[in-house]
Design a protein around this ligand. Sequence first.
Ligand SMILES: [Zn+2]
Length: 455
Amino acid sequence: MIVGTAPRPGGRKQANRDAILELLREHRQTTRTELAHLSGLSKATVTEIVDLLLGEGFVREVGKRQAGRGRSQVVLEFDPEARLVLGAQFDDGSCTAVLADLCARPRLRAIRPIHGPDPAGFVDALCACVEELRPQAHAPILGLGVGAPGSVEPAGRRVTISVPYGWRDVPLADLLEARLDLPVVAANRAKVAALGEVWQGAHETIDDLVYVHVGSGIAAGMVVNGALSFGSSGGAGELGHVTVIPDGPVCGCGNRGCLHTVASEPAIIRLARAKARQVEGTSALSRLTGGLLGQVSLELVRQAAEQGDAAALETLAEAAAHLGLALANVVNLVNPRMVVIGGPIAEIGEPFLAPLRREVRRRALWDALAGLEIVPSALGHDAGAIGAAALFLERLESIPGPARMSGPPLAASGELRSQHGARPTNPRRAPAATGRRGTRRASRAGDGKGGLMGG
Ligand SMILES: [Zn+2]
């Protein structure tokens, strides 16, 4: 695996091809003249590269455009379905995978149940999803991105720790690559879901966003200035292990009073059960479980809250207040434009979100709150799988043409970059990002003078 500053495979010609492909991806419809202008390459070089990309199927000619009094120009359109990627997320109890195009737009979805915490069961479920989707692909599949439940080391190969599942150092990418014969890259599921919201959510112009997953665990994905934060060891965003009660209950991580112990799904269920017991059979939860409070689930807490049940509403308000306290600190530190709440808790809606918003507003600084929105995920269960596909695309150093499709896995041949490589290419954010990304791409592929190299 190489980092972004390493020499690019294929040299100058490859770099120029990649740069033109990148511009086509950002602009969707353009002309050879515009590409020459945007890239700084000669028209002859652009024409040669476009011919190559036409042959590879990445671009097609879609009519003509009259520019001023000059000759009409052929309009080129990027085909995002020329290659496909897979993205998958492990939820609690299931695996969702999507087959997505080069803009991370999902085209097909597969879901499989997962039984128990054993990593082998997770791998089996994901492989079954991939085997369902693969035969339906109408273009070559480049690889697979995975949203994993736990911390993933920066290279995206191993889950170092998953507190809810008791995992330590699980070589997830190796296990999947051995089964699927595809390059694989993984990151924490909240991180990839944050990418999903930025690439394909309802918030396309937002560069600063925090996604919070609340389920069996709690984790955040932070997109700052358009780039996902990983931290030095991949552990940025471990919101569930932020201390909210200094002498609180012992957490699976060894600390006391972590947010996980008071606001995760198991904590909410425990608290709801205790509150229902206090009112001895009068809670809607007792009715919904037939008096068997051991069967309380997050879904039953949602139903009870919908019926106005005091025990359920108080439980959700307490958990939301703890999350709000932690989140107010994040808001002060990161100053996001939007906080997206995802995972099973998002389905509860206002009975959780309203007290959460209240607590954040009560504690965060007013200027960090200006313009801040706290919303449920627009993509729901698919956020992680879509974001995992986006993660794979971001780590891809170069989208291969047909000649390289039959070669060894990209990861093995060193063409996936680490998260320290160049910033993401999100075609939906092209208008805002073109300048910055164009500059970075140009300096990466260029001759040191800020322009692209001539062919
Ligand atoms: Zn902890």
